[in-house]
Ligand binder design. Structure first.
Ligand SMILES: Nc1ncnc2c1ncn2[C@@H]1O[C@H](COP(=O)(O)OP(=O)(O)O)[C@@H](O)[C@H]1O
Ligand SMILES: Cc1ncc(C[n+]2csc(CCOP(=O)(O)OP(=O)(O)O)c2C)c(N)n1
Ligand SMILES: [Mg+2]
Length: 306
């Protein structure tokens, strides 16, 4: 007889819930988490839909890891300490092979990001995954989109455009060298949620956001929330050597500016502050509104309802 959803939950998801902030994990009507005294609860959720957020034929391990990483990235953006997450899984069928592989991807992310799985939901329907993350941040210390000041430096972590380029590789539209293609696919399927950097930035950055829709679009949220203009020098945007191996440099730059799926942090720092390791200054904050990169691009980033 096929396993019930309760058996599946216990088999694949009940053992990933240990952590210092977890009082009670999977199995009761609610999970119970300890929020340290003097701290606020930070929470955010993201849904991944097959064919929209990942290719419908993606490996289940990759889907599991990616779902956790993109959600955890929002905790990084506010500088929160991760406490735990919940996972809502909508599956067309109870395919145990799929579930086992998916849960292994989730488990890899639980350990990579120290983010215990404390609860969730399982229903039948078209494949979709929602992860809600929970974290804590000392009262009044969360990094917001709204603090950028005229004169600040504008910075990003890591490199941009890799995941957007990976989609072309996955669709067979760009082969590149084998090594570059593997690297780019890793960047798409295994995003690095910059949790450590986010907490570090709490002490020095004036504003931050994580880049999911595309640098220009997400920087635009900082500009709007802070009431400033962001001036970006496209030549300063960090590109991986895999992306630089693309024959069309302009195309590579366009992915970095507007492609999205980077899950790096974009943040502003006072002019005199040192740029953290593995981060790059890409511009500055000026008076005015919007984001200017000196190029005329049709779309600033990804839109679900264009
Ligand atoms: N259906 C919704 N109901 C309430 N708030 C929402 C909904 N969808 C998005 N939001 C909120 O709108 C803001 C922007 O959402 P989004 O672009 O998804 O942010 P992010 O890129 O950080 O995931 C966030 O504060 C988010 O919580
Ligand atoms: C198969 C596939 N096609 C296209 C994309 C590109 N894409 C889809 S959604 C998205 C933006 C991020 O998703 P969203 O739901 O807007 O996340 P949020 O901004 O809420 O974190 C991007 C770049 C993708 N990730 N996968
Ligand atoms: Mg979102």
């Amino acid at each position: 007889m096929a396993a019930s959803e309760f058996e599946l939950i216990y088999r694949y998801f009940a053992s990933l819930g240990r952590g210092p902030g977890v009082r009670l994990g999977v199995g009761d009507d609610c999970a119970l988490l300890r929020v340290p005294a003097g701290e606020d609860l930070a929470t955010s959720m993201d849904t991944l839909v097959a064919g929209v957020h990942f290719p419908a034929d993606a490996f289940p391990e990759d889907i599991g890891f990616r779902a956790v990483a993109v959600a955890a990235s929002d905790l990084a953006a506010v500088g929160a300490q991760q406490l735990g997450m919940t996972l809502a899984l909508t599956l067309p069928e109870a395919d145990e092979l799929w579930l086992k592989a998916f849960s292994e991807g989730v488990a890899a992310a639980v350990s990579a990001f120290d983010l215990p799985l404390v609860g969730g939901d399982m229903t039948r329907g078209p494949l979709a995954i929602t992860v809600q993350v929970l974290g804590s941040v000392p009262e009044g210390r969360a990094l917001l989109r709204s603090g950028a000041q005229v004169g600040d430096q504008l910075c990003v972590s890591g490199t941009l455009g890799d995941a957007a380029a990976a989609l072309l590789v996955l669709e067979g539209l760009w082969t590149g060298s084998g090594e570059s293609a593997d690297y780019l696919e890793q960047r798409y399927y295994r995003p690095s949620a910059r949790l450590g950097l986010g907490r570090l930035l709490r002490d020095g950055a004036s504003a931050a956001i994580d880049i999911s829709d595309g640098l220009l679009a997400d920087a635009g949220h900082i500009a709007a929330a802070s009431g400033v203009r962001l001036q970006i020098d496209p030549q300063q945007i960090p590109l991986s050597s895999a992306l630089k191996s693309h024959p069309d440099r302009e195309q590579a730059l366009q992915w970095a500016l507007t492609g999205g799926d980077d899950y790096e942090l974009c943040f502003t720092l006072p002019a005199a502050a040192p740029v953290p390791p593995l981060c790059t200054r890409i511009g500055e904050v000026t008076a005015g509104e919007g984001v200017d990169c000196g190029l005329d691009l049709v779309q600033a980033g990804y839109r679900h309802f264009p």
